[in-house]
Design a protein around this ligand. Structure first.
Ligand SMILES: N[C@@H](CCOP(=O)(O)O)C(=O)O
Length: 483
């Protein structure tokens, strides 16, 4: 019974956060035709889910952990609270979600003065970032529309700092058929690894001089005026898929969120929106009894959300986009997050239940981000620069006494470290362009050590070469000979 599909079918609608207008999901909408506001998707029958007690839902979701069928695997094991309007035949699962939570080693915990922490490695998703969670849902919905309307051609489009484009191109390549994808990237501001991803998936890659915010404006104009399907998190289906991060954190800790804090970097703000929205859904259904505290983290080079919430008097807060400067947390280098209205919407609900401290935003320096990432990785983690940003945020929270040692901090490593490996290289080789404001601590750098020369290789016999190389390694490391 527990794994039956579906246990609940919903009636979903777009709901505008600007004017409250509601629209049917039969058409692709990103912003409200009436006021231009952003949407969330709501299941009008969500409260019917309360007929099953929280304990019942916990059992159902736990029972699906070993599920093999695509439509109940990955993010879709939470089908009823995600997108309960999709048909099983439309659901795409490329193995997204279910990413590991890895607790800090005792040595790292000690370095943090005993603070409990863990990373959730969302870089272990198929395209190596959390965006796959959202794309699985957005593409499943698109597939449903294509089937229903018998469309023979759909052009999907997104602006990206590198992760969204990789995910969009991957899911598009998998679905194929009517779908073609184009991605718009800020020229020179996406890492070589991230640029290689959509190219390899066969997407059309276009580069625009400027930063992400410039690309986003072009994509928004195209979505408003041309027949294209926008795949950024402005597309509310993306948000639904990304809620699975919250569901998985809760499930991993046996649905007990007491004493847990979640740290998440804020860029375009889709992820922090989804995480708060996800926890609120679980709370509404009694699946969790407490909300974890959420700490958003931003670099001082791209911090519009921090600036907004840094004003303690809510009546004096005014939102101002910022002009970004280069950031190692390049995925979050965004000065005008499209989901800002969604953040406000959920922060109000979140703090109404969890109190003022349930949501806070921290600002960290570029130097702190780099050093936190290196510290984490020297202790066996695979944090990317955004994961470093979260750890820098945790350290800031500790310094400011915003968190206690008994609380467990769950940090979002949003992408795989290998996507951002160039920043580690710049740190190790001390060649960061000055705009980043990062200078290496020699104790944190590393470099390969050459052993013997090519001339040695050519002049020695293979046996002599092995022996001399082994002796050089042993003597450099001060290893004692066996007696
Ligand atoms: N960091 C993002 C920026 C776009 O965010 P989205 O969630 O709105 O698609 C990226 O990887 O492109």
């Amino acid at each position: 019974m527990a794994t039956l599909f579906p246990l609940h079918r919903g009636r979903m609608e777009y709901f505008c956060l600007g004017c409250g207008a509601r629209h049917g999901i039969d058409q692709l909408l990103y912003t409200c035709p009436e006021c231009g506001g952003v949407f969330l998707l709501e299941d009008l029958d969500f409260d019917k889910l309360r007929e099953t007690p929280g304990e019942g839902w916990r059992e159902i979701f736990d029972a699906r952990a070993g599920e093999k069928r695509a439509f109940l695997r990955g993010i879709f094991r939470f089908y009823e609270i995600t997108a309960p309007v999709l048909e099983s035949e439309d659901i795409i699962c490329l193995g997204e979600g279910n990413t590991p939570i890895v607790e800090a080693s005792p040595a790292l915990q000690q370095r943090l003065g005993g603070q409990r922490m863990a990373y959730k490695n969302d870089g272990q998703n198929p395209s190596a970032s959390f965006k796959d969670r959202g794309m699985a849902c957005a593409y499943s919905y698109l597939k449903a529309l294509i089937r229903k309307h018998k469309w023979d051609s759909v052009l999907t489009i997104c602006a990206s700092t590198g992760d969204t484009s990789a995910a969009a191109a991957l899911y598009s390549a998998y679905v194929g058929g009517a779908i073609r994808t184009v991605v718009l990237l800020p020229q020179g501001k996406v890492t070589p690894q991230q640029l290689a991803q959509p190219l390899g998936s066969g997407a059309v890659v276009m580069e625009i001089p400027g930063v992400f915010d410039d690309c986003m404006k072009v994509v928004e104009h195209l979505a408003d005026n041309y027949r294209v399907a926008l795949l950024n998190s402005k597309n509310a289906w993306r948000i639904l898929g990304q809620e699975s991060y919250a569901f998985e954190v809760a499930q991993w800790y046996d649905w007990d969120m007491a004493g847990k804090c979640v740290f998440v970097p804020i860029g375009n703000a889709g992820n922090v929106t989804a995480i708060m929205g996800g926890f609120l859904k679980l709370h509404r259904l009694g699946i969790i009894n407490e909300l974890p505290r959420v700490f958003g983290v931003q670099s001082h080079h791209a911090d519009p959300v921090y600036r907004y919430y840094n004003e303690s008097d809510p009546t004096k807060r005014t939102y101002q986009p910022v002009k970004v400067t280069p950031s190692v947390a390049q995925a979050a280098m965004i000065g005008n997050p499209v989901s800002f209205p969604r953040v406000k919407h959920f922060v109000d609900q979140y703090t109404a239940i969890g109190g003022r401290d349930a949501f806070q935003v921290l600002q960290v320096t570029e130097q702190a981000i780099m050093e936190a990432m290196l510290l984490a990785n020297r202790h066996g983690h695979i944090a990317d620069t955004q994961g470093g940003e979260c750890l820098a945020g945790l350290m800031t929270a500790m310094d400011q006494k915003l968190i206690s040692k008994d609380e467990l901090a769950v940090l979002d490593a949003t992408a795989h470290m290998l996507k951002f490996i160039g920043f580690q290289e710049m740190y190790f080789q001390n060649n960061f362009p000055p705009e980043y404001g990062v200078s290496p601590d020699p104790a944190m750098t590393n470099a390969p050590l050459p052993v013997l020369s090519m001339q040695d290789k050519q002049s020695l016999t293979p046996e002599e070469f092995t022996l001399k190389a082994a002796e050089t390694v042993a003597s450099r490391l001060g290893v004692e000979r066996k007696r």
